[in-house]
Write a protein that binds this ligand. Sequence first.
Ligand code: NAI
Ligand code: 15L
Length: 275
Amino acid sequence: MAEFDAIERQPFNRILLTGAAGGLGQVLRPRVRPFARQVRLSDISEMAPAEGSFEEVVTCDLADKAGVDRLVEGCDAILHFGGVSTEHAFETILGANICGVFHLYEAARRHGVKRVIFASSNHVIGFYRQSDRLDGLSPPRPDSYYGLSKAFGEDMATFYYDRYGIETVSIRIGSSFPEPQNVRMLDTWLSYDDLVQLVERGLFTEQVGHTIVYGASANRNLWWDNRYAAHLGYAPKDSSEPWRATIEALPPLAADDPVRHYQGGAFVAAGPFEG
Ligand code: NAI
Ligand code: 15L
């Protein structure tokens, strides 16, 4: 939206980007520079030393409460992209995603952070059928421990807004990769440019409370209605359509493959995790 782009806005003083060494973290790292005077990059993995004085690197495990408290100090906004990003045993998800999101909001409260962008996931609603049409008020149907952890993160965001006034935009990201990889991703794909647009609008839109927005590009079949996030003015520019012919020419999936039936695709069939 032209009006949004034209708004005079103050960049944040220091934005924290968790998960900075990950796939989306590496995409966001150069693209959040205009949003803040300084960017603090963090991950559990080591990263190459930052270039330029506007970047700093702090290695931190999200499961470490005291470490996360130090990590957040001095920041005025957080892009929370760190954590376990696929399905695993509950015990693996627990520290990084469940304790991690609590540590992050508690540190945000202690250090006066007012805005968080939470990388939530379509796996919060992954057990819905692909024929279902959802909006931001549709009840969660997590498809995995991973999806449960993202639902918990969204609830954490609601609680910290209601109790402490910390505002969050939770982006229920579909599939954000350079290109869609299968028939499901023709519907769930989110281009990197559209992801950055969502992050920017999440950071700079006034009064978001806790807003849940679905992160998909302008794909032909949209499962998700963003009417309750209309105040963000998200207007996706990309579409999966240029990849349709290539993907539809791939060998067909089995008739009962969950990738064909469930919004969360293969995640609905992961586990159990025993022994
Ligand atoms: P990724 O797995 O490439 O990146 C996640 C990063 O978090 C990694 O660099 C990892 O080292 C770090 N991490 C893991 N455990 C940690 C811990 N205990 N403490 C600190 N850092 C830890 O995932 P990707 O694709 O970059 O996703 C980023 C975020 O977006 C994740 O939260 C993921 O759940 C979410 N998301 C991504 C989607 C996608 O299509 N790429 C779709 C939906 C959600
Ligand atoms: C996610 O939440 C994952 O982080 C990502 O790796 C993909 O699996 C994506 O969802 C998806 O559903 O395609």
